[in-house]
Design a protein around this ligand. Structure first.
Ligand code: FAD
Ligand code: NA7
Length: 549
């Protein structure tokens, strides 16, 4: 039975469920558990507003690289059919306003506690409940602990000697203050991932001088953003069912049909024409997956895509030395990027590219006035911006005290890298349900978030209806799922490129498998099968006894 929120003698406030995070994941989890299952739930976020990623990432140029009509929820059809999608790709402020509208429409704010960080969550073995503590000193007791902590939310600022001595302004893009002015300033940006590419392109025209510190050159293609016409909007609203059926039945959930033809199944001319069309149309995932079916799996096909993009860099960038530095030599096997005129930016007089990869002039130290590279040059700056990404996937799990059965710390359970069973649960942490936990689908994320939240809510519903006290994965089921993820990833080229997808961006972080690359359709089917097989791979304990159900 659901409980009423009340304070116990020990000042623990009793709830049925605690949700951490108020982004796409936490908002939906709160809605489902509260309104469909009648549970007493509170959601917490350390942010000053809802929106998660889109609350924090207010840097100039911040934009989704999923198309707007699939970078939203499908569970609120009425809102979808009212929503005025303005542009093909959706800027930060629009995603934020969309998520705020969802919260308002469903009266969720009254059950969200903002500016409240969860500092610890400890499973109490005797009571079979989670004891959750906030940074305001409150303690909550809840049967279910839902973590929607974000997979790109724990900021990464590299330890560069001398950083503390810098006397100018310092920012990380995901902690941006929108009122920051660039006027008359010499700005340096470290990082040329998706964020860096967006930031650099947006601010170059606003600054006195921009110095781009690039450690690894990137393959990027045009995004192809633009307004959505009235007719297109009407189609989107009308085709709701077909759009979402296609998304759920696809691998990447990006709203386009993934190609089923091989790179070398066509003539050289035809291949070029297909790449030309993709370049013109725009979209990083479209370029990699809508053109041919083997760019991410076959080295020769991958090289064809690389060569095409390198050719474009040569065409666009006027200075041959800058073009040389911008051209990647390795595989095109990081999360694909797209941009609004990135390579063109390097033709501007006020932009300098400094290649800080180990083979060129790495950053040696930061001084009070700038960044010194290994050639002894000091790049003088008024502002230094870190676009250096995130401690992805498990970063926020390690930033709180998280203990499962017998006081086991998550860091100990995950000492060889973060793992899960089906991305939603991990052994030794009963009734802890993860949204976008490790080994989850590598897709446009809202549809995967929906699949996970729906499975979690249905499972909690089953537990409530059947007097189940705890549910947790069998360790061997978790090992098998991780093995599945590894086997699938190894059929692709992604593990061969160093990026956050495999934990390679953080010094000392375990380089391992963080994603399920089998696609959303297969993942949804696997979740369904687990339930149909009586929660195969899970241990269920009855409320009345300490025996497996
Ligand atoms: P988040 O939105 O990250 O929310 C997690 C929340 O948890 C945060 O607000 C955080 O403050 C809170 N939190 C964490 N720990 C605690 C704690 N201990 N106590 C209290 N609160 C806590 N994905 C796509 O599919 N397509 C895109 O185009 C795309 N673009 C992106 C662009 C940027 C710049 C970034 C950073 C990410 C992008 N992503 C994109 C990924 C994006 O994170 C997801 O699509 C989605 O927003 C994740 O939602 P979430 O609710 O799981 O997590
Ligand atoms: P990314 O993709 O992890 O990019 C971070 C960038 O920062 C990347 O270019 C890194 O170079 C660079 N970096 C990191 N540490 C350093 C140091 N110490 N010195 C120099 N350069 C450094 O993060 P983003 O925020 O851009 O994007 C993450 C995801 O969010 C993205 O995929 C979208 O889904 C949204 P590297 O390539 O590691 O050599």
């Amino acid at each position: 039975m659901a409980t009423s929120p009340n304070a116990t003698a020990t000042s623990e406030i009793e709830l049925d469920a605690v949700v951490v995070g108020a982004g796409f994941g936490g908002i939906y989890a709160l809605k489902k558990l509260r309104d469909e299952h009648g549970l007493h739930v509170l959601a917490f976020d350390k942010a000053g507003g809802v929106g998660g990623t889109w609350y924090w990432n207010r840097y100039p140029g911040a934009l989704s690289d999923s198309e707007s009509h699939v970078y939203c929820y499908s569970w609120d059809k009425a809102l979808y059919q009212e929503w005025e999608f303005k542009t093909k790709y959706v800027p930060q402020a629009e995603v934020l306003s969309y998520l705020q509208s969802v919260v308002e429409r469903h009266d969720l704010m009254k059950d969200i506690r903002l500016e409240t960080g969860i500092t610890s969550a400890v499973f109490d073995d005797a009571r079979r409940k989670w004891v959750v503590t906030t940074d305001a000193g409150e303690t909550y007791l809840a049967k279910y602990f839902i973590t929607a902590l974000g997979l790109l939310a724990a900021t990464n600022i590299p330890e560069i000697p001398g950083l503390a001595s810098f006397e100018g302004e310092v920012y990380h893009t995901s902690r941006w203050q929108p009122e920051t002015s660039f006027e008359g300033k010499r700005v340096g940006v470290i990082g040329t991932g998706s964020t860096g590419v967006q930031f650099i392109t947006a601010v170059a025209p606003q600054v006195r001088h921009l110095t781009v510190f690039q450690r690894s050159p990137q393959y990027s293609v045009p995004i192809g953003n633009g307004p959505i016409s009235k007719e297109e909007l009407a189609d989107i609203h009308r085709d709701f069912d077909a759009i979402w059926d296609q998304v759920r039945g696809s691998a990447l959930a990006f709203g386009f049909e993934e190609s089923d033809i091989g790179t070398f199944s066509v003539s050289d001319e035809e291949r070029k024409a297909i790449f030309d069309r993709a370049w013109k149309k725009g979209g990083g995932f479209r370029f990699m997956f809508e053109t041919f079916n083997d760019i991410a799996t076959n080295e020769a096909a991958n090289k064809a895509a690389q060569d095409y993009i390198r050719g474009k860099i040569d065409e666009i960038v006027k200075d041959p030395e800058t073009a040389r530095k911008l051209k990647p030599k390795d595989l095109h096997a990081k999360r694909p990027l797209c941009d609004s005129g990135y390579y063109e930016i390097f033709n501007r007089d006020n932009v300098t590219l400094v290649h800080v990869g180990s083979e060129e002039t790495p950053i040696e130290r930061i001084t009070s006035t700038g960044v010194v590279t290994s050639d002894g040059v000091e790049h003088e700056l008024d502002m230094l911006v870190f676009a250096t990404g995130f401690d992805a996937v498990d970063g926020n799990y390690k930033r709180m005290e998280l203990r499962g059965r017998n006081g086991m710390l998550i860091q100990d359970h995950w000492k060889t890298g973060p793992t899960s069973y089906m991305a939603v649960a991990t052994a030794n942490f009963p009734n802890m349900f993860m949204v976008l936990g490790p080994n989850g689908p590598f897709t446009n994320l809202p549809p995967s978030i929906e699949a996970e939240v729906e499975w979690i809510a249905d499972t909690i519903g089953y537990m409530e209806d059947n007097a189940i006290a705890t549910l947790e994965p069998q360790p061997q089921a978790e090992e098998a799922w991780v093995q599945t993820c590894e086997d699938i990833a190894n059929q692709t080229l992604f593990p061969k490129a160093e990026s956050w997808i495999f934990g390679a961006n953080i010094p000392g972080k375990k380089n391992t498998i963080y994603f399920y690359m089998g696609g959303l359709a297969a993942y949804r089917e696997a979740l369904k099968q687990v339930t149909q097989d009586g929660f195969r791979g899970f241990i269920l304990e009855k409320t009345s006894e300490n025996q497996p159900a």
